[in-house]
Write a protein that binds this ligand. Sequence first.
Ligand SMILES: Cc1cc2nc3c(=O)[nH]c(=O)nc-3n(C[C@H](O)[C@H](O)[C@H](O)COP(=O)(O)OP(=O)(O)OC[C@H]3O[C@@H](n4cnc5c(N)ncnc54)[C@H](O)[C@@H]3O)c2cc1C
Length: 499
Amino acid sequence: MVDTEHLDVLIVGAGISGIGAAYYLQRDHPDRSYAILEARGACGGTWDLFRYPGIRSDSDLHTFGYEFKPWRDEHAIAGADKILAYLRETAAENGIDEQIRFHHKVSGAAWSSAGARWTVDVENAQTGELLRFSANWIFMAGGYYRYDRGFTPEFEGRDRFGGQILHPQHWPEDLDYTGKKVIIIGSGATAVTLVPAMADTPAHVTMLQRSPSYIMATPAKDVFANTAKTLLGDKRGYALTRRKNIVKQRAVYQFCQTFPGPARKIIRHLNAKQLPDGYPVDTHFNPSYNPWEQRLCAVPDGDLFKAIADGNASVVTDRIATFTETGIALQSGAHLAADIIVTATGLNLQMFGGVSLSVDGEQVDIAKTFAYKGMMLSGVPNFAFAVGYTNSSWTLKVGLLCEHFCRLLTHMDANAFDTARPVVGDPGMEGRPVLDFAAGYVQRALDLMPRQGDGAPWAMSSSYTADVKLLRGDSVLDPNLQFTTSDRDAAASAMAVTA
Ligand SMILES: Cc1cc2nc3c(=O)[nH]c(=O)nc-3n(C[C@H](O)[C@H](O)[C@H](O)COP(=O)(O)OP(=O)(O)OC[C@H]3O[C@@H](n4cnc5c(N)ncnc54)[C@H](O)[C@@H]3O)c2cc1C
């Protein structure tokens, strides 16, 4: 074990959240030392990991981008290459890239109240060398899923299949699917991206889904945004578009929540308009749940519907009976032939980068903690985390909580506090999982998640407007957040005497 240095703040993860956190920290606390520990050899997180054809956002970049850095590209929905370029430009122009330690995988963090600091165990993912850092704060930006393994359910007969089986999270760089019969299992954002992208080459692609999801066409280019940027300049045009899109996203979400019946009808009508006459819309595009009970998938310029209308792609809604030597046998009795099967079946949810936490020698059971303001954990001092929205752009929330985190540090500096610990006042608070979402990957991991209560500060808000008030407007002072000053010097001299 090599002891390395002490930093004021350790940011875990150099994805869009970690790079954003570093920006705010530098801006508001230029004298604080920090480093970003990143397990992989590159920054960008999600946008560097996924390499499947067509990989893109389904949020518009005017809300998915940072508030402080205009999105200049004319495409509002963008591919991973453009998102990565934007992130790396942000890191380079702010000197954040110099603070990233690549191949540094954080495995554990132990808090000591006496020293008011974290001891952080890190493995060099290239050499296996074990390192140890210490820090006053951890800002966890490790995303929400496992990087090493995507989720694939057990499929009967999988070993019999003579072709290739792939998961989108582990895409082979040299895959040539020209002229191949491809089945994509799934109906989420990844499947609906892959289908038109692969159908673009001479291949036939079948999307095989157990049940439909909501899918909406959205313009890849935002005329409003591009006009606003031309007339007002990048900065003001971006800010205006961002505001417009925040309001629009919220209005759509609220409408779906309040009027699920009409919302369902509108989506069905819009889908039917883009599909060939007589297409069985109700079989393949009419989910059993209401709009926005799960994330709604956006398809830029209706590319999925176009691929179906052109005959290059088809959708089958059925259950898998078994894989066969040549494809997939379905419960309806039909058989789908395939050369390649893609299991776009999702992610394995993982909270806080899989890092095990302890506080004064006691292991933290994450499932027993409550999320405070959606950014700290009850009973865990000086630990902030970035979990964004699942009903609109993830980063809208992350920006707000970075601001709040910086204000918290300012308050602690002004009052010479070194410890901030959220404490649940009501020991009877039961709560529910912090990600209140019906998606399969969330449901599979309920026991790994912190909980949330019913009202602020213990509710995990999904409303940008409410969060602007809570995280940007309201004071950091809160009866549920205890500030203390440890007797660090006394602890240090006691240690020296013992030694
Ligand atoms: C294919 C795909 C498309 C998506 N599209 C959208 C979209 O359009 N809009 C939207 O709002 N959301 C989208 N999401 C959700 C998306 O992941 C987030 O919006 C966002 O990219 C998450 O950024 P992040 O920085 O929080 O996490 P990540 O991008 O996951 O980055 C986390 C980083 O932390 C590192 N890390 C993790 N654990 C450790 C550890 N223990 N030690 C050191 N480093 C660690 C990882 O290596 C990684 O680099 C999408 C997700 C996927 C998978």
